[in-house]
Design a protein around this ligand. Structure first.
Ligand code: C5J
Length: 229
């Protein structure tokens, strides 16, 4: 066990029972010319998370942690896309339509895939999720339980949407979550800040927050040999 200097108080991390989960670092959300940018968002507000995420990912891999990636997206026949989600926002281009990088948030288009900087290594599970939360309509819970994982280090985009929903779902299922604050981001900086504060408020109502620099030393727990699980 290793203590992470976190808010609202230190978290005892057991790297043998912890996983890193990277939420929706997909080209359509992060790349100039993708769906997010086409909607008028400033993707640079998400892109500053890439470097710290890469560092956290590299250290988690070196420490032999389970690393899980998620992608938000739908079946090509859109059978899992609720009409309410398709209609949401009355956007000029809707989910499932042809977008700048293939069909928007459909599990085939280039935009749906994970950015090259954080691309999964062979053997790292990818959870394709139709919703905001990574537990909804996926096998994530089974995967974690079968590996004996009880603690999640969470990063990705966006803080107040898919990161938040996943942390809330995980909390309800009994997982301890720490969000790596500098490895999560939002198109709305104020939502990022408030989103983090909401997690740690009220004695850590949904979990913990900590900078990645305070999480990384806990991964390299003395005596841990590393290697893939
Ligand atoms: C959104 C996400 N914002 N990954 N998705 O629709 O947060």
């Amino acid at each position: 066990m290793a203590l992470i200097n976190a808010e609202p108080y230190s978290l005892d991390l057991d790297p043998l029972r912890a996983a890193l989960i990277i939420i929706d670092m997909q080209r359509d959300f992060l790349e100039p010319g993708g769906f997010g940018a086409a909607l008028g968002n400033d993707v640079s507000l998400l892109r500053w998370t890439i470097a710290p995420c890469r560092q956290l990912l590299a250290q988690a891999r070196m420490a032999g942690l389970t690393v899980i990636h998620t992608r938000e997206g739908h079946r090509p026949d859109l059978a899992d896309l609720p009409p309410t989600k398709k209609a949401c926002g009355r956007l000029p281009v809707a989910l499932g339509d042809a977008g700048p990088m293939g069909r928007i948030l459909v599990r085939s288009g280039d935009g749906h895939d994970i950015i090259p900087e954080l691309y999964p290594m062979p053997g790292e599970p990818i959870i394709d999720k139709p919703g905001k939360g990574a537990f909804h309509a996926t096998d994530l819970d089974a995967l974690l339980k079968n590996r004996g994982i009880a603690q999640l280090i969470v990063c990705g985009v966006t803080t107040e949407v898919c990161v938040h929903t996943t942390v809330r779902e995980a909390n309800d299922r009994g997982y301890e979550c720490v969000v790596a604050a500098d490895c999560a981001g939002s198109y709305f900086p104020e939502f990022h800040e408030i989103g983090l504060r909401m997690i740690a408020a009220q004695g850590g109502i949904f979990g913990w927050i900590a900078p990645s620099a305070d999480i990384i030393p806990a991964l390299a727990e003395p005596g841990r040999s590393g290697g893939c699980r």
